[in-house]
Design a protein around this ligand. Sequence first.
Ligand code: ADP
Ligand code: MG
Length: 258
Amino acid sequence: MNAAETPMVKAEAVSKAYGSNTVLRSISLEVKRGEVLCLVGPSGSGKSTFLRCINHLETVSAGRLSVDGSLVGYRQHGDKIYELHPKDAAKQRRDIGMVFQRFNLFPHMTAVENVMLAPTLLKKGQPKGQVKARALELLARVGLAERSDYYPSQLSGGQQQRVAIARALAMEPKLMLFDEPTSALDPELVGEVLEVMKELAKSGMTMIVVTHEMGFAREVADTLVFMDGGVVVEQGDPREVLSNPQHQRTRAFLSKVL
Ligand code: ADP
Ligand code: MG
C-alpha cells in the first residue's frame, strides 16, 4: 500500500476497559486522508475515550489502532510489538491536534501568545518572528485577525474556541480531533465555530468530530458513526444513516437530537 492510500486512522477491533468496566468493545473503523468522520452517540457511549486513545491520552486494552500507518504508542518489529519510548510517543502525538469542549486557553496569555506557545516550546530554533507571523495567519484564518492581542476573558466563547482551533493548527497536525467543540457554547455562537471547522474540512484536513450537530454531520462528514454502549451500532454515509437509520438504537438517539 503506498502512502497516499494508507488510512489516516485505522481501528481494528479496538477495546478499552477500566478495570471490569469495558467502555469500548471491538471498535473497527477507518478514516482516509482528507476525510471527515463524525462520531455521535449518547453520553457514556465511549466517544471521548476513543478520541483519547487516538491522542495517546489512554492506551487501548486490545486490538490495533494506527495513525498514518504507525501503531499509536507502539512500534512493530517483525512479529514483535514494543512500547514506544515516551519521547517518540510525544513526537507521534504532535501530529495530532485536539480541540475540547472547554477551550482551556491560558488566561494570562493573549490569543496570539496562546497560539504561539506550542511551536515556541517544541519547534526550537524557529525564529520567534516566524512563529508569530504564522500564529497571526492562523488567527486570520479563524476570523480573529483583529483580536490577536485580546486575552481570553475579553473574548466570547465562540471566539475562544476559534483561538483553540488556531492553537491546535499551529503544530501543523495531519489529523484533528474535536470532542464536542460546540457543546459548551451559547446557541448563537455555535455557527461561527462550525463554519471554521467546515472551512478546515474543505481545505483537506482529516478530522474526527464528536458532535450532536447533525446539520454539520450531514453537510460535512464523509462518514457518520453511531456508537452506543461502547460498540459501533452503525456507520455509513451521513445522509443515509440520518434519513434511514437501520437500528432501533440509532432511531431512538436521532429522535432526541434532530
Ligand atoms: P462519551 O464521551 O461518549 O460520553 P466517555 O468515553 O467519556 O463517553 O465514557 C465512556 C465510559 O467510560 C463511561 O462509563 C465513563 O464513566 C467511563 N470512563 C471514562 N473515563 C474513565 C476513567 N478515566 N476511568 C474510569 N472510567 C472511565
Ligand atoms: Mg465525551
